[in-house]
Design a protein around this ligand. Structure first.
Ligand code: FPP
Length: 246
């Protein structure tokens, strides 16, 4: 039986987050520069977004560039920024045809102005699409996001707009860059690494984690199906015991 038909459509995660890892090692295996891996990583982005949209997943968040990635060689950082601009420009029509809305989280104001413009253009041009929201985490780190939210709430408290004791889970969630987006039920990391690397730390409190040895440029629709099938066979207890889950 093919993998796709094993997916239980009324038990789909609403939100899948992915740490796309292994582009550099994939390039090395092919005897090519790291940038070649990132270029092929874009193909995997396309495959995954298409598969997610076809299945009816509502949100797909991809870790495309972390705040720590600026420490990479300048050539690689520049190549990633150029790739971002090119990819958004090349994919806008496909995104619109597939009714996919582009969104971003992270400190995007610090991106090079060309990248930021392309990103804003992509977001604006797809803003009315309704099938899948494709969220790019760009210049993102969870600690940055949590600190930003904390500063914002502290300023509101200082101004007397909010009582410190009134700050709860919901208010904090609504101060994060993922405001309005449900927490991911499933987090995937490729390339065999089993770290979270400063990604969505608040939002993955109850996420199921799925690690695969597949390097990101090799990630295809079937790999996403496999991760979802695995997810659907897990028991999510949220702190309760099995018998309490009806
Ligand atoms: C991790 O592999 C990958 C990245 C840091 C960049 C991810 C970017 C893309 C897939 C392409 C751009 C995406 C969009 C949406 C335009 P790595 O370089 O850390 O690989 P390694 O661990 O094998 O060195």
């Amino acid at each position: 039986m093919d993998l796709k038909s094993q997916i239980i459509l009324d038990k789909l995660p609403r939100h899948i987050a992915i740490i796309m890892d292994g582009n550099g090692r994939w390039a090395k295996q092919h005897g090519k520069p790291r940038v070649f891996g990132h270029r092929n990583g874009v193909k995997a982005v396309r495959e995954t977004a298409e598969a997610a949209a076809e299945l009816g997943i509502e949100y797909l968040t991809l870790y495309a560039f972390s705040t720590e990635n600026w420490k990479r060689p300048k050539l690689e950082v520049n190549a990633l920024m150029t790739l971002l601009v090119e990819t958004i420009q090349n994919e806008i029509d496909t995104l619109n045809k597939n009714n996919i809305k582009l969104h971003a989280i992270g400190d995007v104001a610090k991106l090079p102005s060309k990248s930021l413009k392309a990103l804003q253009g992509g977001i604006e041009s797809t803003k009315n699409n309704q099938r899948l929201t494709l969220i790019l985490a760009l210049n993102y780190s969870a600690k940055w996001e949590i600190l930003e939210a904390t500063r914002q709430l502290a300023r509101q408290a200082k101004a007397g707009l909010i009582q410190p004791d009134a700050i709860d889970d919901q208010i904090f969630s609504n101060t994060l860059s993922t405001k309005g987006i449900p927490d991911p039920e499933l987090l995937i990391r490729t390339s065999g690494e089993t770290r979270i690397s400063n990604f969505l730390l608040w939002q993955i409190a109850y996420s199921e984690l799925y690690f695969t040895p597949t390097l990101w440029p090799d990630f295809q629709k079937e790999h996403l199906y496999q991760a979802i099938i695995d997810f659907q066979h897990r028991e999510r207890r949220f702190g309760k015991i099995s018998e309490q889950l009806v």
